[in-house]
Write a protein that binds this ligand. Sequence first.
Ligand code: HEC
Ligand code: HEC
Ligand code: HEC
Length: 430
Amino acid sequence: MKKLIGVALAGAIVAVGAAWFFFWPAPLPAVALSAASPTGQDLIAKGEYLAKAADCAACHTAPGGMKLAGGLAFKLPFGTIYAPNITPDREFGIGAWSDAEFVRALRKGLGRHGEDLYPAFPYTSFALLSTDDALAIRAYLASVSAAAVPSRPNDLWFPFNQRYVMRGWKLLFMPDGPYAPDRSKTTEWNRGAYLVEALAHCGECHTPRNLLFATKSDAKFSGAVVEGLKAYNITPDRQSGTGEWTDAELAAYLSSGHAEGHGGTSGSMAEAVNLSLRLLSAHDIASMVTYMRTVPSLPSTLAGPVERSPASLASSGPWTPQPTTASSEGLKIFQGACASCHGWDGNGQQSPSASLRGARTVNDPDGTNLVRLILNGVHMSSPTGDRNMPSFAAAYTDADVAAVSNYVLAHFGNKAGQVTPGIVAKARRD
Ligand code: HEC
Ligand code: HEC
Ligand code: HEC
């Protein structure tokens, strides 16, 4: 039934889109910096900071490719979209675009010639940007090295390859920008809301989507599965969200990727921290925490409660597991491959940031993020030295990864892990 409604809705949206195609000439408003905006180098520096907060480079840079010269592939059920070259190259990048065309791309999701862009480009967030901030980002992008690299064309099925199809969708789901401050709240709260909603686009990963791939406004930040990873509930719910975290813990997690008593980070969140969040000022991080504290608390079935002090940790030493454990395949693998960095008592061996105590990922019986982390490893950048966990994909079989995952879930989370070799095999293919 849900599928049928989805198909009917999609049909309706295509029809609305086709109708608007003929009647919606998009006027291009002139844009200019306000008198309050910095200029010259200061404007470029401001734009560089905002581009980091918005993580433009994460999507627009391919692994090993030139910065901002085009990048990630977004695999959708109806084809693949590629992030284009946004360096100042006049032929292949956006060097020949006018400022007005650039601001319109961010705020309206339209390409240079008014064609509709796909929302894999998070313009539903960027629509909230102020004109001054959009122009600052423009000034920064104009200052980076031009890359003469053609963008890879999208590869989508009919009718989704018809860009006007997006018009109906945008009509329904585009917010009315730019961000309007809530005068009943503090300046800090408003700064946090602007950073979270307009720039950092946390909801693009943490908010579940409806049948039309739009984020559900009534389930905001309550957690979603993105590219095989659980982007957990980040509302203040006590069980499945961040209700048990202190402000300082939340700030530490966002700015370093680790919070004592809540574990570390991996996958796309590690990337968001490495490339974007850790580079933000302490004041901006604190503002984001202030705002996140006030979003409606929602429960989620994505992940269950976290056990912070299982007996197995209290009775283990840093170098030895609790004496009562029966030896198992998983324990042996943990001993050989993991214990030197993580230890047995939950406190972390290589560094305090390798502590696993209280981590959501070692408390989720599905082991969804855990399996991917073991297969892919993780790299965290930090001013005091980078932290690395190697990839174990080549070293271990599916059965090995399943065994060590279930061992980790039992030992660190007191959970009955449900990981099977089949689940690991599937995670390798994704
Ligand atoms: C989550 C990934 C993601 C992020 C973050 C992102 N983009 Fe994009 N962007 C895309 C994708 C994908 C497209 C292509 C959409 C399409 O083909 O319709 C795109 C398209 C664009 C375009 C249109 C280019 C063209 O040739 O038509 C511009 C301009 C742009 N992005 C600028 C930015 C800027 C500036 C930022 C940061 C403020 C940013 N993007 C952040 C994914 C992203
Ligand atoms: C060379 C050291 C090293 C080895 C070996 C290692 N890890 Fe890690 N591990 C890390 C680091 C560093 C992090 C990231 C901590 C952070 O985010 O700051 C991490 C993170 C983790 C996390 C936490 C992720 C989260 O989201 O909370 C888990 C779980 C984990 N490792 C399990 C394992 C398992 C299981 C093995 C063995 C198969 C292993 N690690 C081997 C260094 C290591
Ligand atoms: C590109 C996708 C993506 C974006 C953008 C993103 N997150 Fe995440 N986030 C994730 C994933 C995936 C995880 C799970 C990481 C793991 O397994 O260690 C996560 C984990 C977290 C956690 C830990 C929750 C827990 O219970 O352990 C917090 C807190 C968090 N994110 C907050 C944020 C905030 C705030 C923002 C915006 C500033 C944000 N995230 C943006 C994907 C994302």
